[in-house]
Design a protein around this ligand. Structure first.
Ligand code: ZN
Length: 180
């Protein structure tokens, strides 16, 4: 099934999502439905709170051609995609940071530059409850950070400069009115 999205202004987006403890058929179905919803909305990531589920789960599907270094080589060769991530824990690797423009399915038509660590280690569980570990770089690493932020009630607009925040105030107000 395709879930309706929750938009900026919905308090579920500001909650700290609960850890997942039941690795059952229902969770597997949720992962599948989140992938369908993410694809339907043409997103590269979708977190539980964005469909009103305050649970520590997100899905990710970064197009291969968006995930290359400057020589056209894949940054995250062999990465399972789409990926369902449960109970993520992030560790920053190295001290390289990168600035990139981000958007969010829950905040339509708003974009802004966010500085984030370039490389991370992701520890998580799959829908079967098996522990997994991945080293990620570039857009996939950024996506994991953006989605994990969602599980902690953090939105990418929180990182924007105060000047940029002022400039998107009207758009945010309209999202609240139209979708809230
Ligand atoms: Zn988002």
């Amino acid at each position: 099934m395709i879930y309706p999205l929750c938009y900026f202004g919905n308090s579920v987006l500001r909650e700290k999502a609960a850890p997942i403890t039941n690795f059952d058929a229902e969770l597997e179905k949720l992962g599948k439905d989140m992938i369908s919803t993410m694809r339907e909305e043409e997103g590269i990531g979708l977190a539980g709170p964005q469909i009103g589920k305050s649970l520590r789960i997100f899905t990710m599907e970064v197009p291969v051609d968006m995930d290359e270094d400057e020589n056209g080589q894949p940054l995250n060769a062999g990465l399972e995609s789409p990926l369902v991530v449960v109970n993520p824990e992030i560790e920053v690797v190295g001290d390289v940071e990168e600035e990139m423009e981000e958007g969010c399915l829950s905040i339509p038509e708003v974009r802004g530059k966010v500085i984030r660590p370039f490389a991370i280690k992701l520890r998580y569980q799959n829908v079967k409850g098996e522990s997994k570990e991945l080293e990620l770089q570039g857009l996939a690493a950024r996506c994991v950070q953006h989605e994990t932020d969602h599980l902690n009630g953090v939105l990418f607009i929180d990182y924007l400069s105060s000047v940029k925040k002022m400039s998107i105030k009207g758009k945010l107000k309209r999202i609240k009115q139209n979708y809230g």
